[in-house]
Write a protein that binds this ligand. Structure first.
Ligand SMILES: NC(=O)c1ccc[n+]([C@@H]2O[C@H](COP(=O)([O-])OP(=O)(O)OC[C@H]3O[C@@H](n4cnc5c(N)ncnc54)[C@H](OP(=O)(O)O)[C@@H]3O)[C@@H](O)[C@H]2O)c1
Length: 130
């Protein structure tokens, strides 16, 4: 099974970004992202990859809308034994979620505006018990 992990930072209401950028200044979170993803393959959606560009000591593979399962198999074949990190944005998280085996989500103490939001990661039920 391919080791596919999701990594994201979200605000208090699921904010992901504003005007193309992270809405907060959190160097500690950027360091955490770097530490977690070092040596791995970082998959980013087209929009995010265009903003972020290359990352030292990691391989960035932009996702251009290919079917996720086949895309992941290709990436794993080209980079055997390396963890594949799904690193956003919203569309990319949503499409790859069924293939994700672990998610690392940092909650940032930010309650301001956003124009891109984190998709829901889990199912909810309307009445307990589920
Ligand atoms: N807080 C965090 O942890 C975090 C992490 C990563 C990214 N982000 C933020 O997420 C935002 C981007 O998320 P997103 O959902 O908008 O996009 P995304 O997931 O980065 O990229 C997917 C989008 O790229 C476009 N695209 C795909 N292939 C393309 C191609 N060949 N040519 C042109 N466009 C193509 C598509 O747009 P259409 O659907 O319109 O065709 C698709 O929806 C950024 O602002 C970034 O800052 C936040």
């Amino acid at each position: 099974m391919i080791d596919v992990r999701l990594i994201a930072a979200i605000g208090r209401r699921g904010q992901l970004s504003l005007a193309g950028h992270l809405p907060w200044h959190e160097p500690e979170d950027l360091a955490w992202f770097r530490q977690q993803t070092l040596g791995g393959v970082v998959v980013m959606g087209f929009r995010t990859a265009r903003i972020v560009g290359a990352l030292p000591d990691r391989t960035v593979v932009p996702w251009l809308g290919q079917e996720p399962a086949a895309f992941l198999e290709d990436v794993a074949r080209n980079h055997p034994g390396r963890t594949i990190w799904i690193a956003g944005g919203a569309k990319t998280y949503a499409r790859f979620l069924p293939h994700v085996r672990r998610a690392i989500v940092t909650l940032i103490d930010y309650d301001g505006p956003a124009d891109v939001w984190m998709p829901q990661l889990w199912e909810t039920c309307s009445a307990l018990p589920c």
